[in-house]
Design a protein around this ligand. Sequence first.
Ligand code: SF4
Ligand code: SF4
Length: 379
Amino acid sequence: MEEAYERCVYLERLGLFGCIQCGKCTAGCPINYVTPDREPFNIRTLVYDVLNAPSEEIASEKHFLWQCTTCATCSLRCPKEVEPKDVVMNLRSILVEDGTLPPSIRDVLKSISVNYNPWGLGKEKRAEWFKGLELKDAGEAETCLYVGCTPAFDNRLHKLARSTVACLQKAGIDFGIFGIEEICCGNEIKRLGDIWSFDALREANTEVFNGYETIKEIVSISPHCFNTFKNEYPGLTPRVTHYTEYFARLIAEGTFKPKKKVSKKVTYHDPCFLGKQNDIYDAPRSILTSIKGLIFEEFDRNRENSLCCEGGGGRMWIEIEDARERLANIRVRDAVDMGVDIIAVACPFCLLTLEDAVKAMDLEDKLQVLDIMEILAQA
Ligand code: SF4
Ligand code: SF4
C-alpha cells in the first residue's frame, strides 16, 4: 500500500497522473522511426525504468531518456493533456540531482556554469560573430537582438547572425546587441534537467533585460531562446519576438520590402520550438512567399505534423548509436524527392542538423539548407 502511494506521488511529481495508456504518444514519437529494432518508447515504462534500472544504464547515452528531443509531438497528441516531454525533463532533473549523467551532458552543464554557453568555448569567443560590425550596445535602442549561443559560437552560423543584422539595418531598425555580455538563455540545460542552473540564468538575464528601461522588444534568432524567454521567464518586461514574426510584421506594414528576385524552389522545415510549441506557422511562410521569383512548396509532413530534425532537448550532444539513420536524413530525402533547391529553416539547430545530413548524403550540389534570414538578406 505504502509503495503504491509512493508511486502515485512520483507520478504526480512527474506530471504523469492522468495518463490512460492510450499509446498515442508512442505512436507519434519520431525517435521510434529511426530505431525500429528496439522496444518503442513508452512513457510509463520509461518512468519505471528510470526509477528502477541500475544507474550505469540510466547514465548511458544509449538510454531513451537522453535521446528524447523534447519536440512535443507526444504532448500535441495526448488526449489527456499529459506532457510526456515534461515527464522526460522531470525525470532528467532527478538524475541531475543524483549526478547520474552521461559524460557529454556533464560537460555541457559544466560549460554553462564556467563559460555561460553550452559549447565548451571561452566567453571571449562570443565577440567573434560581430567582428568588424559597428553595432549599438543594448540599452542604446528600443529593440535588442538576442543572438543566442549557437549562432554566436558556431562559425557556420556567424553568417546567420550577420544576415539578421543586415536585414535589420536594411529595414532601418534602430537596434542594439548584448555583445560579449550576452549569456545563455538556459533552454537546453532546462531540457536536460538542470533546473537549478536554469533558474540562476533566468534570474541573471531577467535582471539585465529589465534593468535597461529603454529596451521594449527583444528579437531572438533561435526559437529555443524565444520559447524559454516567452514561456518560462515570468516577470520579463520587454516583449520577446522570434525574428520570423518580427520580419513578417515589417513586411506586412510595408517597412521592409524584399526587392531582388530569388529564383529558387524552396520548402520550409518547421522547427518544433517555433511551430509545435508556439504555434508560429504562418510568419515564416509569409516571409518566404513575399520574395519575388521564389517558388514555395510544402513538405508533406508540415506544420504540426512536421518531422523533428533531432537537434533539440540536448540532442546536439547525444548520438543514437543503434539508429538506422538520422531524422534529418529523412527530411533531406523528402526534399530531394520534391526537387527543391533549398530547405529553408528558422532555427540554428535545424540548420546544422539538416546541413550535416546534406553533406553526409553527398548532396551538396543538389540541395542547400539556408536560414530564412540568409534568403531574405539575398532578396
Ligand atoms: S518529446 Fe518528441 S522525442 Fe520526446 S518523447 Fe515526445 S515525441 Fe518522443
Ligand atoms: S498520449 Fe497521453 S494518455 Fe496516452 S499514453 Fe501518452 S501520456 Fe498517456
